[in-house]
Design a protein around this ligand. Structure first.
Ligand code: DGJ
Length: 748
């Protein structure tokens, strides 16, 4: 495994456990060509033929044919701009003289064990034993531009990390106007394109459509990925399903503006480009300066979408999430947002904590509204001092009270924002992002702080650190409740204003890095008005991200399905909330809400002091089930069995332990139907040779006893893995809508 160079053929072979990726260098011209990406090939000699460079329209050097025609069909590793490849460019550079043409050709390469950090950016990591990197240096001599294309392969996961670093080796400034992280040219095999789109409270719904001629893109100009589109794109063959067929995945490790695009050209080949959205992007490279593009993770799966998802889950769990919590059970938390909104005081919080403690809840999180004069969302962002009118006796006293009840304590911040109605704004109006002479647009009554500025970051972090040092705080929820607009920084020179979007993201990353350096044991949960910044970049800092402000169990099926297409269940912030649900007004059984939330980080978002005795008993059972099953949910392999989005009736997915010794089947019957047989579900991922005993989570009946084991009902049935996978598992219909079942299979 790893990376090999075949000098006689000038071919690079990059191997992961089940995939191979090949890059070729075209003689003389030094064009870097894409040769192959797909199922593993042990012996790749002769693979260069796949570039088809000796066919019409021929290699310019070989027969002096038309260079434009050649470049416009050549499968390249990184497309240039303005010199004959009319498909999507990967890079565009404005020279000091005002020209924009770029053509990068091979100069040298290096292969080494391990993987370097990407300066200022989140990125995957691994030891020298786990990762091998290929760095191909390319150059445009006319510009004095050097680009190093980086490829890292992982020994244990079918994923390849790609990124690019640019250097200005010339004597004049260069302006990068586009710097995509990766380009991949594939021969067309009748691909679909899957993206994740949405809106506030409707994040990451799967959207599948055919790739036809022309360009198909998703992007963001919001300064964050946003609720609307997502920095991810999958290219499944049209016939590919959850468990069959070829699929290519592209996931960008970045939390700002992005563009993910598929383009089919005149010869029916498909070019994927992924990286920072070029619109409103420009980066000045003074002589000697460099620029690092974020990394994009490529996955090829020959086992359908499920294979792709599992590769991303494994990679992100092992090689992206750094938190000390990544392999640990997270505390079951109760967040007061939906319970109280802004209307709380220390007494209310202590009442919630007292009740929660008796139900197995382990942490109280105090959400928005504890600081400055924040009695509503019109004010006080930026004034991070505890409001002692609300929290009488101060934060330390409150936290001690909560701790004395046996709960840990967490707190909410929105560090990147400023309210016009705040002390901070009165003192530093120029710290808000704005265009001089233009009043910036408000969203949720707030402006965005220019965190590209060091003094702004210092001021906010200083306030946060003072709060966090003042009491025993184990968790921070880092929120961001509006997108960027009216881009202008009071600090940047005119020819650097185009850098602000990216500098903002770098500034925010630096703040998260410093927060974690100051509090290494902190459990950080990122959030952005629900799930507008749920991306791999943020996972580098926080092992979990709030999925959506929509906590309705049925809406969550689609949100969590789309999220789990790329991200491990251990990363998905999921809570049980009250009914009628605050986002849709739907009533669902408490049991169903619990089962759906158990597929994520698990917690509560309601006023437990007002629960009925039956619901309180349900919380007790759910928290016990969390302890029984969270190791499996957090670390296991995810299989999608059925999608409510497709069948409009029911949803089913499965988590299987790595050793296949146990599996948890999540089943939700969204709509009841009259006069139907029971349902047969063909399971996946089991040990075909084993026999599994079947248990069910018991949320309703007489619990068999206290503790996790007491919440499990033995069905006294056992089946072979082969039968469960090939024949299926029979699930009886339940009476009514929105019913759920949790089935646990244990190898005998
Ligand atoms: C948006 C978050 O998604 C909510 O959970 C809550 O923290 C509010 N912001 C608070 O303003």
């Amino acid at each position: 495994m790893g990376i090999t160079y075949l000098p006689e053929e000038r071919l690079f072979q990059l191997d992961t456990p089940h995939t191979t990726y090949c890059i070729g260098i075209v003689d003389q011209e030094g064009f870097l060509g894409h040769v192959y990406y797909g199922r593993k090939i042990d012996d790749v000699r002769g693979a260069s033929a796949l570039m088809r460079i000796y066919e019409n329209p021929m290699t310019p050097q070989v027969n002096s044919r038309d260079r434009l025609s050649f470049l416009d069909s050549f499968p390249t590793e990184y497309s240039g701009h303005g010199v004959g490849d009319y498909r999507e460019s990967s890079v565009r550079v404005r020279s000091a003289a005002g020209h924009s043409a770029v053509l990068l050709t091979y100069e040298s390469h290096e292969i080494y064990r391990g993987k370097e950090k990407l300066e200022g950016l989140p990125a995957t990591f691994g030891s020298q034993e786990e990762v091998t990197t290929l760095a191909v240096t390319c150059r445009d001599k006319a510009l004095g531009l050097r680009a190093v294309l980086l490829y890292s392969v992982f020994e244990d996961t079918d994923a390849i990390a790609r990124s690019v670093r640019f250097y200005n080796d010339g004597s004049q400034p260069l302006y990068l106007e586009k710097a995509m992280s990766a380009c991949l040219d594939l021969d067309n095999r009748d691909y679909d394109m899957i993206t994740l789109h949405g809106s506030w409270a409707r994040e990451r719904r799967m959207d599948r459509r055919r790739v036809s001629h022309g360009k198909h893109a998703v992007s963001s100009l919001r300064g964050e990925p946003g609720h609307q589109e997502h920095p991810f794109l999958a290219l499944p063959e049209r016939t590919a399903t959850q468990d069959r067929g070829d699929v290519y995945g592209f996931s960008l490790v970045y939390s700002g503006n992005f563009r993910m695009q598929a383009e089919m050209n005149q010869f029916d080949s498909v070019r994927i480009t992924a990286g920072i959205e070029p619109e409103d992007f420009s980066w000045k490279l003074a002589p000697g300066e460099s620029f690092q593009a974020p990394e994009v993770i490529l996955v090829y799966s020959g086992e359908g979408l499920g294979g792709m998802s599992r590769a991303y889950h494994d990679l992100y769990r092992k090689h992206l999430i750094r938190s000390p919590y990544r392999n640990k059970k997270r505390p079951i938390l109760i967040n007061n947002w939906e319970a109280t909104y802004f209307d709380f005081d220390e007494k209310k919080l202590l009442d919630i904590a007292r009740e929660a403690a008796g139900l197995g809840i382990e942490m109280l999180v105090m959400d928005d509204g504890w600081f400055g004069n924040r009695f509503d969302d019109n004010r006080a962002l930026g004034d991070w001092q505890v409001n002692e009118e609300k929290l009488k006796g101060g934060l330390k006293k409150l936290v001690e009270g909560v701790n004395a009840l046996g709960l840990e304590f967490g707190i909410w911040f929105e560090p990147e924002m400023i309210s016009p109605e705040s002390e901070l704004y009165r003192e530093h109006p120029d710290w808000a992002i704005a265009v001089p002479g233009r009043t910036p647009g408000l969203a949720r009554n707030q402006y965005v702080l220019d965190v590209s500025r060091r003094e702004v970051r210092d001021c906010i972090l200083e306030q946060m650190f003072a709060v966090l040092h003042s009491a025993n705080i184990q968790y921070v929820k880092w929120d961001m409740n509006r997108p960027l607009s009216d881009l202008g920084s009071a600090e940047l020179e005119a020819d650097r204003q185009g850098e602000l979007y990216h500098r903002y993201v770098l500034g925010m990353y630096e703040m998260q890095e410093r927060l974690l350096a100051e509090f290494p044991d902190l459990l950080l949960e990122n959030c952005s008005g629900g799930g507008a910044r749920f991306d791999p970049g943020m996972l580098y800092y926080s092992p979990q991200i709030w999925c959506s402000d929509d906590t309705d169990a049925i809406e969550r099926l689609a949100i969590q399905e789309g999220t789990a297409l790329v991200y491990p269940l251990s990363a998905m912030g999921a809570h049980v909330s009250v009914c009628p649900n605050h986002a849709v007004g739907r009533n669902t059984p408490f049991e169903t809400r619990g089962i759906v939330a158990l597929a994520g980080t698990f917690g509560y978002e309601l006023d437990v002091t007002g629960l009925s005795p039956e619901d309180r008993e349900m919380v007790r059972r759910q928290t016990a089930l969390y302890h029984k099953f969270n190791d499996l949910v957090r670390e296991g392999d995810y299989y999608r069995i059925a999608s409510y989005g497709d069948n409009h009736l029911y949803d089913c997915f499965q988590v299987v332990s790595k050793d296949k010794g146990e599996s948890l089947v999540f089943y939700v019957q969204v709509l009841g139907e009259p006069n139907r047989h029971s349902r047969i579900l063909r399971l996946q991922g089991l040990d075909a040779t084993a026999v599994y005993h079947v248990y069910e989570a018991d949320m309703q009946g007489q619990a068999a006893g206290d503790g996790p084991e007491g919440m499990i009902k033995d069905t006294e049935k056992s089946y072979s893995g082969q039968l469960l996978q090939n024949g299926g598992m029979v699930l009886e219909r339940m009476w009514g809508d929105f019913r759920a079942k949790l089935v646990w299979l244990k190898r005998q």
